[in-house]
Design a protein around this ligand. Structure first.
Ligand SMILES: Nc1ncnc2c1ncn2[C@@H]1O[C@H](COP(=O)(O)OP(=O)(O)OP(=O)(O)O)[C@@H](O)[C@H]1O
Length: 295
């Protein structure tokens, strides 16, 4: 997924990670707690997340699943630097998160493209704001659009695209600045089932060999198992904790056919069991699965 040298040369350095040892996690959360203030009388601090502990390494995708309102978006926003955290440790490349940065990009559920500029300018927009000149920014946008299969729609306007195509533009836009970490907040939630499968396949194709780190929030257990190196299962909120982290032992590169892997159904069942609060994981699990309670 890396950009050709000539375009990258024109872009300011991303995360300045040349001095970061390879084995330093891209994201490290230890006992992370995140709260909202001012939710009402006598409720100064609403602790959405009480304790979250997980790591995301280079080339890894970690998926978070959990009941609605357990704080998945809250954790993602804290990593993005969009909101402060209350306590615990939260580091990106070994440095405490203090705000947003070009080393991280968020792919939201709604594409939120600027309607008055073309698709290629939407993709180039972020780069332009980082000081990249128009020509190289457009060149980079063209590469990204080709990557998501939308090269023929560069001159179109967002309203001329389907929801699934807009979400591909959204992905191209996030990738354009070549971030180290991609944060996906239910990006495929508002497209139909067939488009969702196509987008999952595209993401897997793009992800393979990209060496990026990703956090992917989803309500769909099979999506988490298909896309994740690990799946983090959150308990019910408020004051949620991580109830389990499951390593997904299904080989890479993955494709849609990875759903046919003999372990796939077992992982889905294991996570479903954890989320529904039934018997502990392990029952009915295959030999290659393992489950580790973190809190
Ligand atoms: N801006 C805010 N101000 C106050 N409370 C908030 C705010 N945003 C979210 N919350 C609360 O924090 C808790 C966690 O919300 P969050 O959106 O992170 O959950 P989620 O797991 O992503 O939910 P869903 O799966 O439904 O998207 C909820 O109780 C929610 O009401």
């Amino acid at each position: 997924m890396s950009a050709p040298q000539r375009v990258r040369d024109t872009m300011p350095d991303v995360g300045g990670d040349a001095d970061v040892p390879e084995n330093t996690p891209r994201v490290r959360a230890r006992d992370l707690s995140v709260a909202y203030t001012g939710r009402g009388k006598g409720d100064d601090q609403f602790v959405a997340v009480a304790s979250a502990t997980f790591e995301i390494h280079r080339s890894e995708m970690v998926c978070i699943v959990g009941p609605s309102g357990c704080g998945k978006t809250t954790v993602l926003n804290a990593i993005a630097g969009l909101m402060p955290y209350r306590s615990g440790l939260l580091e990106v490349d070994g440095r405490p998160v203090k705000g947003t940065g070009r080393d991280r990009a968020v792919v939201f559920q709604k594409a939120a493209l600027l309607p008055w500029i073309t698709v290629e300018d939407n993709v180039a927009y972020g780069l332009r704001s980082y000081g990249v000149k128009k020509g190289p920014a457009r060149e980079r946008a063209a590469e990204m659009l080709e990557m998501v299969g939308l090269q023929d729609f560069a001159k179109s306007y967002p309203y001329q695209l389907s929801g699934g195509m807009q979400q591909r533009v959204n992905l191209a836009r996030a990738l354009a600045a070549d971030p180290n970490i991609l944060l996906f907040d239910e990006p495929f939630a508002s497209v139909d089932a067939q488009t969702r499968e196509t987008l999952q396949s595209e993401l897997l194709r793009i992800w393979t060999g990209s060496h990026k780190a990703g956090l992917f929030i989803t309500h769909q257990i099979d999506e988490a198992v298909l896309l994740g190196n690990r799946v983090v299962v959150s308990s019910r909120g408020p004051g949620s904790t991580i109830s389990a982290t499951i390593d997904i032992d299904i080989p890479w590169p993955r494709t849609r056919d990875s759903k046919l892997h003999p372990n796939f159904g077992g992982y889905v069942e294991q996570i479903w069991t954890l989320l529904s609060g039934r018997s502990p994981a392990g029952e009915g699990a295959t030999g290659s699965e393992h489950h580790r309670a973190l809190t």
